[in-house]
Write a protein that binds this ligand. Sequence first.
Ligand SMILES: Cc1cc2nc3c(=O)[nH]c(=O)nc-3n(C[C@H](O)[C@H](O)[C@H](O)COP(=O)(O)O)c2cc1C
Length: 180
Amino acid sequence: MKVVAFGGSNSAASINKKLATYTTSFFKEHSIEILDLNEYEMPLFSVDKLAKNGLPQLALDFAKKIDESDLLIISLAENNGAYTVAFKNIFDWISVIQGRKAFWGNKHTFIMATSPGSRGGASVLNLAKTTLPFYGANVIDTFSLPSFYENFNDEKGIVNAVHFTELQSKIEKIKTDFLK
Ligand SMILES: Cc1cc2nc3c(=O)[nH]c(=O)nc-3n(C[C@H](O)[C@H](O)[C@H](O)COP(=O)(O)O)c2cc1C
């Protein structure tokens, strides 16, 4: 089974990429690929650019990564209550690929979010949870890590017992239900 993970951010020090990467460490028995949104930087989406230049190859490349996965692990950064521009730009470009059944390819998707604040990206997590299913994501669970810098250590991962246990039990359920 293939697990594809990414943080919904183009920050070099992205805490969401760290959380997504850490989460893949629970899936060692599976094949893991971690994507970096910086490698999929495309022009700012516009219907005029689409009409003039067609689809960027990178949109097709990213869609292929999704299609090759059995499980997507996405940790979304929250900017002003919503997706980062980096994530939304990829989302919009992929959404106009002709003949594609659904943006998220009906993939099992574990959506997470973290932020330095106590809400842990609750707004973007709620946005994704309520709307991504309309675009073909099979959202199988969600997880929010609040106050990232208090609850996460670069060497140890999640150091808060309550949050660690919550993530661990969600992952066990995902493995049992979807990655047999
Ligand atoms: C333009 C901007 C808007 C932000 N808006 C929010 C927000 O609405 N809610 C929030 O919890 N954090 C917000 N933050 C703080 C981010 O959660 C923080 O920068 C976090 O590190 C982003 O995740 P990343 O490190 O994975 O990029 C914002 C940061 C920036 C730069």
